[in-house]
Design a protein around this ligand. Structure first.
Ligand SMILES: C[S@@+](CC[C@H](N)C(=O)[O-])C[C@H]1O[C@@H](n2cnc3c(N)ncnc32)[C@H](O)[C@@H]1O
Length: 250
């Protein structure tokens, strides 16, 4: 039987016995109204899951978030740290491009800015003084949560300095197979054996198999199978060196 090790062992109750599903009924509700959260792309149920994974982990915990944008998911993780039994032994690093113009949007994200220019949250954010990273800092600060964030790192996650190993990684920059191939090595390198990886937009076994080509998983759960509105996957990196557990990804 697979088991989740410290500091994540306390999270075992959120998974079904065969690690094929998340046990929704075991999750605590978010402690603040959704209206308090910054706009973004993470669904209420996904926010609830992030909150619970952090809140109910125990002991020292190193968290990496890649692609927080302006802090919607960051808010859920920060609340989880705030509401944890011990929060002093948590390190929480967030890294984002920190986009400051339409030209940067196009250069970094490789998508035409004009397709997004009409979206208020995007246009106002990148043109705010200091660009999106300034808004990313201001949003948790307004909620009294900035103290839960250890470092805000602006830049490309493939290039910026970060810790060598994390227990929990939430990655929101793998939207398709090409991006999984781009960031798969980084995720595999930085996630410690036994650590949990949560990714947005890895919705099914087709993409899950690409990810599992980089990160050997004991289990990989697609939340889309439980809630059509959810696009997260949650996987545990195998503790056995060289293991590839594609059965878990199927
Ligand atoms: C979909 S948004 C994140 C949404 C956010 N998690 C939420 O809850 O609404 C993706 C973010 O990933 C960032 N990003 C994409 N590739 C990146 C990279 N290589 N390094 C750092 N940030 C990256 C983008 O700048 C953008 O802010």
């Amino acid at each position: 039987m697979t088991s989740v090790q410290q500091p994540l062992s306390a999270l075992q109750r959120f998974f079904s016995a065969d690690f094929a599903r998340i046990s929704l009924e075991a999750l605590d509700s978010l402690p603040v109204s959704l209206r308090e959260f910054p706009t973004g792309w993470t669904s209420p149920w996904e926010l609830t899951l992030l909150y619970n994974l952090v809140k109910h982990s125990s002991g020292p915990l190193r968290i990496l978030e890649i692609g927080p944008w302006i802090g919607r998911s960051t808010t859920a993780i920060s609340l989880g740290i705030r509401d944890r039994e011990s929060r002093k032994d948590v390190l929480y690093d967030i890294v984002d491009f920190g986009i400051t113009s339409g030209a940067e949007w196009e250069a970094l994200l490789k998508v035409p800015y004009l397709n997004f220019a009409g979206q208020d949250q995007i246009s106002r954010t990148i043109h705010a003084p200091g660009g999106s990273v300034a808004v990313l800092i201001e949003n948790p600060r307004k909620l009294g949560l900035l103290e839960q964030v250890t470092s805000v790192i602006r830049g490309d996650c493939l290039q910026v300095p970060m810790r060598s190993s994390y227990d929990l990684i939430f990655c929101d920059c793998v939207h398709d197979a090409r991006e999984i191939q781009q960031y798969g090595h980084l995720l595999a390198d930085r996630l410690r054996p036994g650590g949990l990886l949560v990714c947005d937009d890895v919705i099914d076994p087709t993409l899950g198999k690409v990810l599992a080509g980089y990160v050997p998983f004991d289990f990989l759960i697609y939340l889309h199978q439980q809630d059509p509105g959810s696009k997260f996957c949650v996987g545990r990196k195998s503790v056995t060196p060289g293991a590839t557990t594609m059965g878990a990804a199927a």
